[in-house]
Design a protein around this ligand. Structure first.
Ligand SMILES: [Zn+2]
Length: 341
């Protein structure tokens, strides 16, 4: 009898221990499900967010670096101070990945190289390429006697002061008009092949004027043709952070034409781009035509230089009639202006 009782007691103890272990395991599993081991990341004592791993942080950071490099692939992109990683258990239900990009983006710094045109040591224009700056400096020297013009390489954190062609031409015109011309004034200046946009005499075209579908472009020195009727650039490449193309003002119904011969690889709706046409020109080069009101080509079609692709519009994320023109080299947007000027 006593032997049986002892066995019973041992069985009871084993059962109790096993249940205790099971309960403990259940508690641990529940805690791990509710609280995740994460890395709390701070930069400059600023809370950035919780990351699963250093690798996840690196991936987010690399995406943001690429954002900056899209505007200028020679930019230097960096963080002011190194991120600090601290292990933490975070309640899973409070984890929110949506703000990681926003909060880290605020800490990503860029240094771009730009070129300023100085007149009497005063900065008048700023460009992303030395060629453009040199071009305007030369134009000033050619038109004005003994003008003190210099082109300076400089470093900047933002590309917000880059001049587009329209504003640069207006500044050039203003400087020339304020100084003595090189030649004796002529009653009527010779018309230039590429005239300077005259702010006062050439009023902004309104949407009331008739659209032009019969645009017959002529190739320029670049070998490309201007992709639409109007030559009014309303926003240059990098004109605001993330602007990956060139905005050319016009009217709904204006001809948007292939800047070069190629093959249509996309023709349809594409979110913010609205009705979009992509033309592949080989060698990794594509041209994109966005915000169209009507597409007139289809995928697979070969198009000639200057061929009508679509009618201009304001579809997608757009605040008015214009052509958003992009050049992509191996998928990356580059300043399209040199391809069509
Ligand atoms: Zn645009």
């Amino acid at each position: 009898m006593s032997k049986e009782r002892a066995t019973c007691k041992i069985k009871y103890i084993i059962l109790s221990v096993v249940s205790l272990v099971l309960i403990c395991a259940a508690v641990v599993v529940t805690i791990l499900n509710t609280y995740k081991p994460m890395f709390e990341v701070t930069i400059n004592n600023e809370f950035i967010g919780y990351f699963k791993s250093r690798q996840e942080f690196d991936e987010v950071y690399q995406t943001l670096v690429n954002e900056k490099l899209q505007l200028d692939e020679t930019a230097k992109v960096f963080l002011d101070t190194n991120p600090v990683f601290k292990q933490a258990f975070v309640k899973a239900s409070t984890l929110d990945n949506n703000n990681l990009y926003t909060s880290l983006r605020a800490q990503v710094r860029a240094e771009y190289t730009t070129y300023a045109v100085l007149v009497n040591n005063e900065k008048k224009m700023e460009f992303q390429t030395k060629d453009e700056a040199d071009k305007y400096a030369k134009s000033m020297k050619d038109q004005v006697n003994n003008l003190n013009v210099a082109v300076n390489e400089q470093k900047t954190a933002e590309l917000t002061n880059i001049n587009n062609i329209e504003s640069a031409n207006a500044i050039l015109k203003d400087i020339v008009s304020r100084h003595k011309p090189v030649e004796e004034p002529k009653p009527e200046p010779k018309p230039q092949p590429k005239p300077v946009v005259k702010k006062t005499t050439k009023p902004r075209q309104t949407s009331k004027s008739t659209p032009n579908q019969n645009y017959a472009p002529v190739p320029s020195a670049s070998g490309g043709v201007w992709p639409t009727v109007s030559r009014r650039i309303s926003c240059g490449f990098g004109g605001y952070s993330g602007h990956t193309g060139l905005d050319i003002d016009g009217h709904t119904g204006d001809a948007n034409v292939a800047y070069k011969a190629g093959k249509v690889v996309f023709a349809g709706w594409s979110g913010a781009y609205g009705y979009l046409v992509k033309v592949d020109h080989g060698d990794g080069i594509q041209s994109w035509y966005a915000h169209n009101s009507k597409i007139l080509v289809s995928v697979g079609q070969n198009v000639a230089q200057g061929q009508l692709l679509a009618l201009q519009g304001s579809t997608g994320r757009s605040t008015g009639d214009h052509l958003h023109f992009e050049i992509r080299v191996n998928g990356r947007p580059v300043n399209p202006y040199p391809y069509i000027r």
